[in-house]
Design a protein. Structure first.
Length: 159
């Protein structure tokens, strides 16, 4: 939104999502994966990144390049269940937080299903989703770790 605030139709330089940047770095060989992340992961498809930008396959390419095992949630990609935190709703706070988490049992069930198939870590490339998923994992006691995609890349990249 900064470009519009400053009166520009478009920013003076290209703006890309972190997933696009990670993918570019990996495919160009500028980010070298030293050792793959060894815990089985599942990937949460964020609304803005998947429905808005269509980056679902690029995200999976980055995950496959950096993680040993990806266990898909179902449904996924543009049909994935919402984290219930997007659009700034994560910031509404109590008592809305409790209603948001309790009413999103479908996401908890989806995560639990991925866990039953072996997923130990939920990967979220979106900050709002990370917060929303953290609330769901804690409330429903899902015993899953939650990580940003960038954190996993930092763990496995050659430095």
């Amino acid at each position: 939104m900064g470009n519009r605030y400053l009166g520009w139709k478009m920013p003076p330089l290209p703006v890309i999502h972190a997933i696009e940047f990670y993918h570019e770095l990996i495919t160009a060989g500028r980010l070298v994966i030293k050792t793959k992340f060894d815990k089985p992961v599942t990937f949460h498809d964020p609304c803005n990144i998947v429905r808005g930008r269509g980056l679902h396959e690029l995200a999976r390419e980055v995950i496959r390049a950096s993680c040993d095992e990806l266990i898909e949630m179902h449904p996924n990609r543009e049909h994935n269940f919402c984290c219930a935190a997007g659009g700034g709703i994560i910031n509404c706070g109590p008592p809305f937080k409790n209603k948001r988490v309790v009413s999103n049992r479908v996401k908890a069930e989806q995560l639990a299903e991925a866990r039953s198939k072996g997923a130990q870590v939920v990967v979220a490339p979106c900050h709002n989703c990370h917060g929303g998923l953290e609330d769901i994992i804690k409330h429903y006691e899902l015993d899953m770790e939650l990580k940003f995609l960038g954190d996993i890349l930092y763990e496995v990249m050659e430095r």
